[in-house]
Design a protein around this ligand. Structure first.
Ligand SMILES: *[C@@H]1O[C@H](CO)[C@@H](O)[C@H](O)[C@H]1NC(C)=O
Length: 280
């Protein structure tokens, strides 16, 4: 066992076992198909959903409600096989279905399909139409073998991407130095789709299947007549330890970045990204 692995184990055991909340609600309570409805299978009394992609279509689902803050979570098991060109996603977006997109905010978890070098988990943050903030990771487990928990914390102070409860990415509110911060109401989406820029799909292996579980949502319902409601500290994700990483989380974050980050937009054109320094 190499040294980094050992120190990771030590840190993870200090952090304690991460367990998902037991509350499980059926898919239909919080989500609806977004597209490719005939490529969505609801299983296990609504506790599990499969998205399928083949030559004819991919698929996606979205939350019924819109939110202004929260700790958004889903469990995913991404497709096995050679998935070059196939993307499996979980994200928050301010784009309202069937309306023109403007002042676009988006927070992305996006598995890029696997090739001979393995897969990459891409993350991105868009604020007011400005994205291009990719950070990519190769994880410490095989995401095709089991369900794992992917979470996006979004409050007024910070956005944190967690995998199995461990922070892999932080995007702080840096409006005071002129960096836009996602503020629009957003909803949750998932998708399984193919993108030409991600490579040519080997369709001889179709269908590809992504599995999702964990359909409870911990978010503040956006209220147009009272948008500040979602900043209230009455919501646990807007208070206390959710406003900034704890020293232990910060240690885990630094180790994970060092060991697993495979691409970082912050290494390019740093002067265009004043937020990078403070997000380390
Ligand atoms: C997805 O694959 C299909 C079938 O090859 C192709 O027609 C379509 O253009 C692809 N979609 C994208 C967005 O690349």
């Amino acid at each position: 066992m190499d040294h980094v692995r050992l120190s990771l184990l030590v840190i993870f055991s200090i952090a304690g076992a991460y367990s998902i909340k037991a509350a499980e609600v059926p898919f239909n309570q919080n989500y609806v198909p977004a597209w490719g409805g005939d490529h969505i299978k609801v299983l296990d009394q609504g506790r599990q959903v499969q998205l399928l992609i083949d030559r004819s279509s991919g698929a996606g689902f979205r939350s019924k409600q819109f939110f202004g803050s929260g700790l958004f979570r889903i469990l995913m098991k991404i497709p096995s096989k050679n998935t070059k060109g196939i993307l499996t996603t979980f994200f928050l977006t301010s784009a309202i279905p069937n309306q023109p997109v403007k002042n676009h905010d988006e927070l992305d978890f996006e598995f890029l399909g696997s090739n001979d070098k393995g897969y990459a988990l891409n993350t991105n943050v868009f604020a007011n139409d400005f994205g291009g903030r990719e950070q990519q990771f190769r994880l410490w487990f095989d995401p095709t073998a089991d369900f794992h928990t992917y979470e996006i914390l979004w409050n007024q102070k910070q956005i944190v991407f967690f995998v199995d409860g461990r922070p892999i990415r932080v995007f702080k509110n840096n409006e005071h130095i002129g960096v836009n911060y996602p503020k629009n109401l957003m909803h949750i989406e998932t998708s399984l789709w193919n993108a030409t820029w991600a490579g040519n799909v080997d369709w001889s292996q179709e269908p590809f299947i992504a599995n999702y579980r964990g359909f409870e949502i911990e978010g503040c319902l956006y209220d147009h007549s009272n948008p500040n409601k979602c900043y209230s500290q009455d919501y646990y994700w807007n208070a206390g330890t959710y406003l900034q990483l704890s020293p232990n989380q910060q240690r885990i974050y630094e180790v994970l970045r060092k060991k697993y980050m495979s691409y970082d937009y912050c290494t390019k054109n740093l002067k265009n990204h004043p937020e990078c320094e403070s997000n380390k």
